[in-house]
Design a protein around this ligand. Structure first.
Ligand code: AMP
Length: 218
């Protein structure tokens, strides 16, 4: 069982890097944002509740996200998983620790992709995702081969409504302080590793994979 938590502010590159890490470890990616966007698209009660928070750049209440995320973890993470976007608060991190401990498991490593805030706001203006599956592109730094079309599934690329600048700033203001609490939670457990996010996609991937194996505390 290999549980890896991928940390970073919105736009740091978690969604781009999670599949590479998951491939490397041969485990699935569990992405809380993808789960929530699927619920919004399906119009489920969870989706309707989540949409009220997501459209304002706010975090979903801990009780709600913990329940749905831990359900997914139980059903899909038989041999481990890369967690993208969860936990995002200290309470979520503690709930995850408790759920894993019930089966004698634990988070093996938390990998923090560090990018300064000003760079993030610029990056997110040019981020696009594909409509069908949320594959991530950036029109400036990681464009698709055919403009506005996903290389993997051919679906159109769209801007996430919460990537508009005013919402991005709200997300940063609300989400960065609890992210620092989560990083501290794993730092004090000795399992946090920080990776420089301002380099090529391949450069970040290489550093993340090296940090998986690195035994030294951050
Ligand atoms: P993401 O795709 O990870 O940027 O998530 C998109 C949005 O979903 C966030 O801005 C939050 O509104 C919500 N969200 C995702 N994960 C969580 C979480 N672990 N806790 C609370 N809200 C979340």
């Amino acid at each position: 069982m290999s549980i890896i938590v991928l940390l970073g502010a919105p736009g740091a590159g978690k969604g781009t890097q999670a599949p590479t890490l998951a491939n490397h470890l041969d485990v699935p990616v569990l992405a809380s944002g993808d789960l929530l966007r699927a619920a919004v698209a399906a119009g489920t009660p969870l989706g309707l509740e989540a949409d009220r928070y997501m459209s304002r750049g706010q975090l979903i209440p801990d009780d709600t996200i913990v329940k749905i995320f831990l359900d997914q973890l139980r059903s899909r993470a038989r041999n481990g998983a890369v967690l993208d976007g969860f936990p995002r608060t200290r309470a979520q991190a503690e709930a995850l620790d408790r759920a894993l401990a019930e089966h004698g498991d634990k988070v093996d490593r938390a990998l923090y992709i560090a990018v300064p805030l000003d760079d993030l706001v610029v990056r997110m203006a040019s981020r696009r995702i594909c409509e069908a599956n949320g594959h991530v592109y950036n029109v400036a730094t990681n464009p698709p081969q055919t403009p506005n079309q996903c290389d993997i599934d051919g679906s159109p690329l769209i801007q996430r409504p919460d990537d508009e600048e005013a919402t991005v700033r709200a997300r940063m203001a609300q989400q960065v302080p609890p992210l620092e609490d989560v990083a501290e939670h794993y730092r004090s457990a000795g399992i946090l590793r920080t990776v420089e996010g301002r380099q090529s996609i391949e450069g970040v991937s290489g550093d993340l994979i090296a940090a998986l194996e690195d035994g030294a505390p951050a």
